[in-house]
Design a binder for this molecule. Structure first.
Ligand code: CP
Ligand code: NVA
Length: 300
């Protein structure tokens, strides 16, 4: 079995396999309908979720397994009555997978090192690897390839989605440009790693602070108000990020992607969200098939 915590741990080839498997599952869904008979996934989320929670639960059900949503508010863990290590050991005795959305990535690592079952990162403050696999699937579906394409990301560079996209793109040879304010740069470790991965794949990682329109295949953004950000920071952040908003002009003739949830009128205009170049709902749809691909990968 394998944990799925960060794309840092996967080779480019493994990432491509996950993407291709997701596409295959989408095409031949029935072939996978019995793959998880008698398998149970426990899911717990410290933050809200629509796509990740529902897609993983449906993925388990459609493959004849089951998913159990565990409300942390009623857990000894949240009440401070039990350690995360002991929690992981107990869950391992009942279930076959643990999917967790937590604040601190280190908490995930603790879960993984104390589990005898695969732990899947459903988003931590630093990484969102499940999203990036679904995104690559969508890009491959739209362009028929990955290597050699260019993706331009505008907005909060210091985020889970940005970090995992940097890993994903650099490992499969997609050029990635990040346009973000100085105060919201990706973490240094992610910058260094992805530059190294990109070199190995003849692609580029470029980080700039001033937003500008470039010739690109894909324009991508994420919310300026991630789940873990204090709502009181909204006004301050809107002022900083304002010029990174994706509008028709910045989009040019690229396709538009967003991990969702989106704050319409902030990081992206309604016109772009609902326009012909927007592939956001195909992107959300593919979270289901990439979830299946990830679950099966963990079992190997
Ligand atoms: N994109 C994504 O992970 O969405 P949720 O927060 O709804 O799961
Ligand atoms: N960066 C966002 C992604 C949501 C799927 C957040 O952490 O809230």
């Amino acid at each position: 079995m394998r944990h799925f915590l960060t794309l840092r741990d996967l080779s480019g080839k493994e990432i491509l396999n996950l993407v291709n498997k997701g596409l295959r599952i989408k095409k031949f869904q029935r072939l996978y309908s019995n793959r998880l008979k008698n398998k149970t996934m426990l899911m717990f989320f410290e933050k809200p979720s629509l796509r990740t929670r529902v897609s993983f639960e449906v993925a388990m059900n459609q493959m004849s397994g089951s998913a159990l949503y565990y409300d942390l508010m009623g857990s000894p863990l949240t009440k401070g009555k039990e350690t995360i290590e002991d929690t992981a050991k107990v869950i391992s005795r009942y279930c076959d997978f643990l999917t967790a959305r937590v604040y601190e990535h280190d908490e995930l690592k603790k879960l993984a090192s104390n589990s005898t079952i695969p732990v899947i990162n459903a988003l931590s403050n630093s990484d969102h690897p499940c999203q990036a696999i679904g995104d690559l699937m969508t890009i491959k579906e739209k362009f028929g390839k990955l290597k050699g394409l260019t993706l331009a990301y505008y907005g909060d560079g210091d985020g889970n989605v940005t970090h995992s996209l940097m890993h994903a793109c650099s490992k499969v040879g997609i050029n990635i440009y990040i346009f973000c304010p100085k105060q919201f740069m990706p973490k240094e470790s992610f910058i260094k790693e992805s530059i190294r991965f990109a070199k190995e794949n003849n692609s580029k990682v470029v980080i700039e602070n001033k937003p500008r329109k470039i010739k690109t295949d894909i324009v991508y953004t994420d919310t300026w108000m991630s789940y873990h950000i204090n709502p009181r920071e909204k006004n301050k952040r809107v002022k900083i990020f304002k010029s990174y908003q994706i509008n028709k002009n910045l989009l040019g003739d690229a396709l538009f992607m967003h991990c969702l949830p989106a704050q319409r009128g902030y990081e992206v205009t309604n016109e772009v969200m609902d326009g012909k170049q927007s592939i956001i709902f195909d992107q959300a749809h593919n979270r289901l098939f990439s979830a299946k691909s990830i679950i099966l990968w963990c079992l190997r």
